[in-house]
Design a protein around this ligand. Structure first.
Ligand code: ZN
Length: 283
């Protein structure tokens, strides 16, 4: 799932390439994924538009146009954005294909059809589902330690659940929440009220260190291949059974959610804590 660091690097790659470029052809291949909130035919509205910039907020990517409208992409679990030489064939889960005046093309592909692409007025992004509830970006300089502490007080649930709640802060998903908890040395299922003042500071610093470090790594690793998700450098997420980079203990895995779809990875040595409740399954 693309999270803040992935989308920030995609933004950095696309912004200089797309600014000023015109859409010369547009094909909506999966209408359920591409939602035109302006009404009318989305492909027709897109042809002739010129990109002005590329923006990001939380886990949303914004592609604003010269007519005060914008595409807002929410890739959810499996959405991928590809920019490059036109492909000779279509893949079945390509949802939107834009031919560009620079000879390249931009594609949105979604293996699960869970993500969405919205075409909407730039001045009214609250029409995009999930947008109005977004908290500050996790890397927003205005999210100071005090602001973070103040927002955290409103929540009483488990630390990982709070980190991935986009109304708390925007941009953190399953993978980077695991990394942040590991960086902070905090058991992901601890309840917020049990955190000491020092642990709250550790958590805040872990958010900043983890996300900034990931952006730096991804800048070097991703290059132009923005449709490939790079996750092998993470410390614990997706590393069940492998040695913790800090202490060498095997990384643990807990599955939860409906059908065990979600997975949490952590180190029982570096992040001590007791499982509570019956909904989690220990593996
Ligand atoms: Zn460890």
């Amino acid at each position: 799932m693309p999270e803040l660091p992935d989308l920030e690097v995609i933004r950095e790659v696309l912004a200089p390439r797309l600014a000023g470029v015109e859409i010369v052809a547009a094909e909506v291949r999966r209408p359920l994924v591409v939602r035109n909130l302006l009404g009318g035919d989305a492909a027709e509205r897109l042809v002739g538009r010129r990109f002005t910039d590329v923006g990001r907020r939380g886990k949303f990517l914004l592609l604003p146009f010269d007519d005060e409208t914008t595409l807002v992409i929410n890739p959810m679990l499996a959405g991928r954005i590809r920019y490059g030489e036109p492909l000779s064939r279509h893949r079945s889960r390509d949802a939107l294909v834009l031919g560009l005046s620079d000879g390249c093309e931009l594609r949105y592909h979604d293996a699960k059809d869970m993500g969405k692409v919205y075409l909407t007025p730039l001045g009214d992004l609250t029409r995009v589902p999930g947008w109005a509830d977004l908290g500050p970006d996790a890397t927003d300089p205005a999210l100071t330690r005090d602001a973070f502490r103040g927002r955290l007080r409103r929540h009483t649930g488990e630390v990982k659940g709070i980190l991935t709640n986009q109304s708390f802060v925007a941009g953190i998903g399953n993978a980077y929440a695991d990394e942040i908890c590991w960086q902070a040395g905090i058991y992901p299922f601890r309840r917020r009220p049990s955190l000491s003042d020092d642990e709250v500071v550790q958590l805040y610093e872990a958010v900043q260190i983890t996300l900034a470090g990931a952006i730096e790594t991804l800048r070097e690793r991703v290059g132009d291949a923005i449709d490939v998700e790079v996750r092998d450098f993470l410390s614990v997420h997706g590393k069940a059974g492998q040695p913790c980079p800090r202490c060498g203990s095997p990384v643990s895995k807990v599955t939860h959610g409906r059908g065990g779809r979600s997975e949490t990875n952590f180190c029982r040595t570096c992040q001590p804590g007791l499982m509570h409740g019956g909904r989690q399954r220990r593996l």
